[in-house]
Design a protein around this ligand. Structure first.
Ligand code: NAD
Ligand code: UDP
Ligand code: UDP
Length: 343
């Protein structure tokens, strides 16, 4: 189905400029694709709190109604079940385009669908942005750097990506999404923003989505061994979700197209991460080694100089401070509310 919201005035042209006499600055109308997912739902919370109107577009592949249910009944909130691979008509001022599975387990589940979501889905949302003159933000990924030969990764690095591997549907899909975004910017003068997000964790992550932080936390809580893939010496840099949301909003509201790395430069091996989880949840939590997955990047750490300088942004929540916030959410969801009195 097509959705049409032609009634309201475009208000974007008033941002920063003079609001004509007699017209109060209205909130913006913002679409968040993938807004029922982990990152998207936290972004939606912040946008609604700021006074904007938010339309979430989600096909619920990995997202859940529960993540946004607390906004049902809010007249500034709408939820549309829609697959971005199909065209969509809306009248909005800004588009945060997040729709895409993010966990390797999910994006490998149907790789062709992942590519269609990244390519056709992004094309549709850019076509929408062009038609209504909306500003468009793409959530790209550190995976565009592949298994990087430069460390830490700077935005000017072109990456080391396998085009025919099992991760390619995601890596190459996001690279193409970035290309489309820049081509709509250059060719059709769409206002665009590109964020390259590094590993992010926090409340509302799918408990069984296979990503390392959610796996270790759920395993330690359930008294199962934490599964370390390979030798556990590969590194990642983990960002708490509120830091990411702040970065995305600053990027959208700022003047710069990007791409910008948004991540926490604190780098951990998987064995070090397991140790932090032990300290946070259970000092006796065990570790079990498993064979690693194909094409697993060996190292990853963002250089965030550009975001610091141009967006005035840097992460504030360290892994040791962020992890307990996620653990209490996981405790509630795994054991129910009763066992949270000690959390
Ligand atoms: P998520 O899986 O929780 O959220 C993705 C959302 O998109 C889900 O609600 C899902 O149902 C929806 N979706 C997927 N395909 C869709 C389609 N075809 N049409 C409509 N909706 C669709 O993942 P997340 O961690 O919240 O990731 C959000 C975005 O951030 C993704 O684009 C991801 O690539 C990017 N990102 C995330 C991380 C991270 O560590 N979380 C890192 C890099 C990039
Ligand atoms: N599109 C959309 N909503 C809109 C405008 C366009 O979903 O409001 C889709 C459209 O169906 C097309 C894509 O975006 O598949 C690209 O649109 P564009 O106008 O750039 O290209 P064209 O339609 O000329 O191929
Ligand atoms: N990993 C692990 N145990 C798990 C899940 C993942 O050791 O249970 C490792 C994985 O091999 C990778 C890192 O953790 O080196 C991050 O994996 P994740 O799937 O979270 O994200 P990626 O950065 O690979 O997209």
């Amino acid at each position: 189905g097509y959705y049409n919201h032609r009634e309201a005035l475009p208000v974007r042209r008033f941002i920063g400029g003079k609001v004509p006499l007699g017209l109060k600055r209205k909130g913006l109308r913002i679409v968040v694709t993938g807004g029922a997912g982990f990152v998207g739902s936290h972004l939606v919370d912040r946008l609604l709190a700021r006074g904007d109107s938010v339309i979430v577009v989600d096909n619920f592949f990995t997202g859940k109604k529960e993540n946004v249910m607390h906004h049902f009944g809010n007249p500034n909130f709408e939820l549309i079940r829609h697959d971005v691979v199909e065209p969509l008509l809306l009248e909005v001022d800004q588009i945060y385009h997040l729709a895409c599975p993010a966990s390797p387990v999910h994006y490998k589940f149907n790789p062709v669908k992942t590519i269609k979501t990244n390519v056709v889905g992004t094309l549709n949302m850019l076509g929408l942005a062009k038609r209504v003159g909306a500003r468009f933000l793409l959530t790209s990924t550190s995976e565009v750097y592949g298994d990087p030969l430069q460390h830490p990764q700077v935005e000017t690095y072109w990456g080391n990506v396998n085009p025919i591997g099992v991760r390619s549907c995601y890596d190459e899909g996001k690279r193409t999404a970035e290309t489309l975004t820049m081509d709509y910017h250059r060719g059709a003068h769409v206002e665009v923003r590109i964020a390259r997000i590094f590993n992010t964790y926090g409340p509302r992550m799918c408990i069984d989505d296979g990503r390392v932080v959610s796996n270790f936390v759920a395993q330690a809580l359930r008294k199962e061994p934490m599964t370390v893939y390979g030798d556990g010496k590969q590194t990642r840099s983990f960002q708490y979700v509120s830091d990411l949301v702040e970065g995305l909003m600053r990027l959208m509201e700022g003047e710069h197209v990007g791409p910008f790395n948004l991540g926490n430069p604190g780098e951990f091996t998987m064995l070090e991460l397991a140790k932090v989880v032990q300290e946070t949840i259970d000092p006796n939590a065990r570790i079990e080694f498993r064979p690693n997955t194909e094409d697993d990047p060996h190292k990853r750490k963002p250089d965030i100089t550009k975001a610091k300088e141009l967006l005035g942004w840097e992460p504030k929540v360290s892994l040791r401070h962020g992890l307990p916030l996620m653990v209490s959410d996981f405790r509630k969801r795994i054991f129910g509310d009763q066992s949270t009195s000690d959390a």
